[in-house]
Design a protein around this ligand. Structure first.
Ligand code: DC
Length: 230
């Protein structure tokens, strides 16, 4: 059976990665979380002292950017690839509020986007991939056979994220998480380079009041219909 490319875009904490992982598992496709790549570069910038407090040494970051190594290593037990930054598994470190608060600034840098987009295009050259992010259907794979655009209200998304962080044992409050969700929505949709927009040919899914199972059934049947015709 012919393999297709599936692009999943949308606002933060809309459950893009959940649906993308489910789809990839069901279809035996590769799953790539591009947000993890922007987060890993942000973590690198924090660890290197390029960003923090009022500091933002963009030129210093750009100088060393080509030598930063990002890699996904498949974890059998989890069923997806975990991200490694310069050889170190940073899957947990990239999900902190500190990284979340700074990532939109790093993701707005054109040179960072060009580098990561070219890596993402390479990962998808053989198709059979489910990639989630903000610009997958518009920039990375404009010819993807299936494009999904996920939305949900900021309050619902913040509550999901808040619960996730609490479960991890992080010390957070709901208002802080809601503000981060709203700030990132604004920056991600208003940046000059590849702002978050719905591709014209994307199927929009608002999952504010939709269960995970219903959502999965819907997207899987969309994918299967396209695969059958491919
Ligand atoms: O999906 P996420 O919340 O882990 O993404 C983290 C940030 O990275 C998000 O605020 C926007 C940015 N991002 C992006 O600009 N382009 C992508 N393809 C993926 C993420």
């Amino acid at each position: 059976m012919k393999k297709i490319t599936i692009a999943i875009d949308g606002f933060s904490s809309t459950g893009k990665s959940t649906i993308a992982k489910q789809l990839a598992n069901a279809l035996s496709y590769v799953y790539v979380d591009t947000g993890a790549m922007y987060r890993a570069i942000t973590l690198f910038a924090i660890q290197s002292g390029f960003i923090g407090g009022k500091t933002f040494k963009k030129q210093a970051l750009l100088k060393v950017l080509p030598s930063v190594q990002l890699r996904f290593v498949y974890n059998e037990a989890l069923g997806y690839g975990e991200i490694f930054l310069n050889g170190v598994n940073v899957e947990k470190e990239i999900r902190t509020m500190e990284v979340s608060n700074k990532v939109s600034k790093i993701a707005a840098i054109s040179e960072v986007r060009q580098l990561l987009v070219s890596q993402q295009k390479k990962m998808g050259k053989d198709k059979g991939i489910v990639m989630d992010g903000r610009d997958i259907g518009t920039v990375v794979f404009p010819d993807a056979e299936l494009k999904i655009f996920m939305t949900a209200s900021p309050e619902k998304r913040a509550m999901r994220r808040y619960k996730e962080l609490l479960e991890r044992g992080d010390d957070v409050n709901y208002d802080e998480v809601l503000k981060n969700v709203q700030d990132r929505d604004y920056i991600d949709s208003h940046r000059e380079d590849s702002p978050l927009t719905q591709a014209e040919d994307a199927v929009a899914i608002d999952n504010s009041d939709m269960g995970l199972e219903e959502q999965f059934e819907r997207v899987l049947s969309l994918a299967n219909r396209i695969i059958e015709k491919a």
